[in-house]
Structures are given as structure tokens and as C-alpha cells.
Design a protein around this ligand. Structure first.
Ligand code: ACO
Length: 329
């Protein structure tokens, strides 16, 4: 029996409406518009409305992907939701999405691999579809990192934003999978480089006189930066080689939007032309697991990616984790 192939049936994204500019931020924390733009490329970011949780943003992105694919929610048989900060400790964010969308015939699973979460979700869906067990898998990346940002810490609060993106993957009986090559990796020895140590079993919420910063994002920015540039280059080269293509054949590189300087440094080392890289960090900042699906949806909607084009997705983040995927759209 031939294995079903993976097909990309629809994409969607839903950045929150509220825009937080660098100018606004520099009135509340010791920074400047120039510093943020020069060191990160970020001009503004979006902040989720007070009543919105990751599931609310995720539902909006998923609805757009389902509409584009013309798939009824009842036809979805698996939801994989990548998020760092979930709606609540449990049940998973994916269960709230399943309920709101009315995906009455679907399983629901959360994937937490920080900024790499969406790549992990895509790889899981790839395996599920090719095994023949699932036919319509909804992959979502959704984040409200603004809720775990230390707004007094200028070294982190300028970086992050909220958002959500989704891709509906479908089993196809036609030969030729959209997913060609890719890999996932992790190094738990570097878990402390970027983390939020509070709120889990190690330091439970509301435990005595814990510094409130323990429940926010903490990181060694320079070390994460160095790791990201090296991993970016290695992933691109390795993934293209795995698929037997040259980077010159890749129509669009869609990287995790972490820092414009990281993207530019890696592109220079790879000699990859800037015009073929999707960059939207100036509008959204780093939206963690939402960054790649939001950028991918933008590429599709703006016609930067056409059916048949090769796209290379790469992401890296807390864990440390990393992942790549070369696909034919
Ligand atoms: N405004 C003004 N000055 C600042 C700010 C700010 N917002 N932030 C830091 N500075 C200062 C520092 O205090 C330092 O001052 P000093 O020289 O007097 O000590 C100076 O600027 C330089 O600091 P660096 O840390 O060397 O600045 P760098 O150029 O490395 O940029 C940055 C810092 C933007 C954080 C960069 O290292 C970076 O982007 N790293 C990657 C981090 C990241 O993306 N983390 C997310 C992980 S993803 C996840 O899984 C959630």
C-alpha cells in the first residue's frame, strides 16, 4: 500500500489589533526607539486584548486556514497546538480550540518546544498523515508572551509580541509529498539559557516570597544570539543537502523572527539573497511559536510563495530546541 502524501490545504494568521510601538515602550522602560531598531529590527509588536488567551488567537487563525481549505471543522481529525504559555496549566490550549471551532471528531494535543514549537507540530503531523492515521491535521502556533514578559526588564521586554498562525495539512492520495526533508533537535543542557522558571512543579504559582520575575522570561541574550546564528546556518545547509537540492533552488526562506541581525548574519554566511527571505519582525517582534506560521501565511497571501515553489522553514528557541522543514508549496 502506498503511503498518503502531505498536502498544504490552507493557511491563516490573526495578529492582535493592539499595536505597541517602540516610542510607547521607551516611555515606560529605559530604552530608545533607535536602540531597539538597530539591535533587533523591531519597530512595533502586537499585544493580545485583555480577555484573549492563546486559544482565542489560535481559533481566529485556524478559521482562516479552514476557510481557505474549504474544510468543515468536523472533518479535522487532529489539532496540534504549539504554545509556550498555555491558556491554563491544563487542559491543553488545543482542547479549548477544539471546543470553540467545533472540531467534534478531532484529537487535541499541545506541543511545547518554545519558539520551535510550530516546527515540532509540523513534523508530528507529517508522521501522522503519512502513517495513514489522520487525514486533516490542523497545526497552530499561538502565543501571548506579553503575559509572561517582565515589562521592567529592557533586555527582554522589547523583543516579544503576541500572535497566531495556522496551517491545515491534508492527506493526499496523489504521489509526491509537500514535505521533503527536515530535522528536529534539542539540547537540554542549555535549558537555562532562555526560560521562565516559575509556575510549574519546581516553583509552583503563589509559593511564598518568590521574586515575581521568576514567572517571566529570563535569558542570556548574547548566548542565545550566538546559538541561533550558528544553528540557522547549519540547519539550512543540512536540510537542503538532505533533500538533494541547493539553497539556490529555495524560492523563500521563512525563518523564526527572533532578531533581524540574526537573520542577516546567517543569510550573509549562507550567501542567501535577502529578497528571498520572509522578514516581518519589524511589525510583530518575536512571537515565539506563532512566528513561523504567521510569516508563512503572509508569504502565501502576498504571493511571495506560489504553488510548486520550494520553501525552507527554520526555527530555534528555548530548550534549547531547533527544527527545519523543506517543503514544496
Ligand atoms: N535598550 C537600551 N539598552 C539596552 C537594552 C534596551 N532595550 N537592552 C540591553 N541594553 C544594553 C545592555 O544593558 C548593554 O549595556 P552595557 O554595554 O552598558 O552593559 C548594551 O545594551 C549591549 O547589550 P547586549 O546584550 O550586548 O546587546 P546585543 O547587541 O547582544 O542585543 C539582544 C541584545 C537584542 C537581546 C540580542 O542579544 C538578541 O536578540 N539575542 C537573542 C535573544 C532572543 O531572541 N531570545 C528569545 C529566545 S526565543 C524563546 O524561546 C522564547
Amino acid at each position: 500500500m502506498t503511503r498518503p502524501a502531505v498536502r498544504i490545504a490552507g493557511t491563516g494568521s490573526s495578529p492582535p489589533e493592539r499595536v505597541l510601538t517602540n516610542a510607547e515602550l521607551s516611555r515606560t522602560v529605559d530604552t530608545s526607539e533607535e536602540w531597539i531598531v538597530q539591535r533587533t529590527g523591531i519597530v512595533e509588536r502586537r499585544i493580545a486584548a485583555p480577555g484573549d488567551c492563546p486559544s482565542d488567537l489560535g481559533v481566529r487563525a485556524a478559521r482562516r486556514a479552514l476557510e481557505e481549505a474549504r474544510v468543515d471543522p468536523a472533518e479535522v481529525d487532529l489539532i496540534l497546538c504549539a504554545n509556550t504559555l498555555a491558556d491554563q496549566i491544563f487542559p491543553g490550549t488545543s482542547c479549548f480550540i477544539q471546543r470553540t471551532l467545533g472540531c467534534t471528531n478531532s484529537g487535541a494535543l499541545d506541543v511545547n518546544a518554545a519558539c520551535t514549537g510550530f516546527l515540532y507540530a509540523l513534523h508530528c503531523a507529517w508522521g501522522m498523515i503519512e502513517s495513514g492515521r489522520h487525514r486533516n491535521v490542523l497545526c497552530i502556533g499561538t502565543e501571548t508572551l506579553s503575559r509572561m514578559t517582565n515589562w521592567k526588564d529592557r533586555t527582554t521586554c522589547v523583543l516579544f509580541g503576541d500572535g497566531a498562525g495556522a496551517v491545515l495539512l491534508q492527506a493526499s492520495d496523489k504521489p509526491g509529498s509537500a514535505f521533503l526533508a527536515g530535522s528536529l533537535g534539542a539540547d537540554g543542557n542549555q535549558a537555562e539559557l532562555v526560560q521562565s522558571p516559575g509556575g510549574g512543579a519546581r516553583i509552583p504559582p503563589g509559593k511564598g516570597d518568590v521574586d515575581p520575575a521568576t514567572y517571566t522570561i529570563q535569558m542570556d541574550g548574547r548566548a542565545v544570539y550566538k546559538f541561533a546564528v550558528n544553528k540557522f546556518v547549519e540547519l539550512c545547509e543540512r536540510t537542503a543537502a538532505q533533500a538533494g537540492v541547493g539553497l539556490g533552488d529555495v524560492a523563500l526562506l521563512v525563518p523564526h523572527q527572533m532578531n533581524l541581525r540574526i537573520i542577516e548574519a546567517a543569510a550573509e554566511r549562507l550567501r542567501f539573497p535577502k529578497e528571498r527571505i520572509l522578514v516581518n519582525i519589524q511589525k510583530y517582534g518575536n512571537t515565539s511559536a506563532a512566528s513561523v506560521p504567521t510569516a508563512f501565511d503572509e508569504a502565501v497571501r502576498e504571493g511571495r510563495l506560489r504553488r510548486g515553489d520550494l520553501a525552507l522553514l527554520v526555527a530555534f528557541g528555548g530548550g534549547l530546541t531547533w527544527g527545519s522543514l523543506l517543503l514544496r508549496y
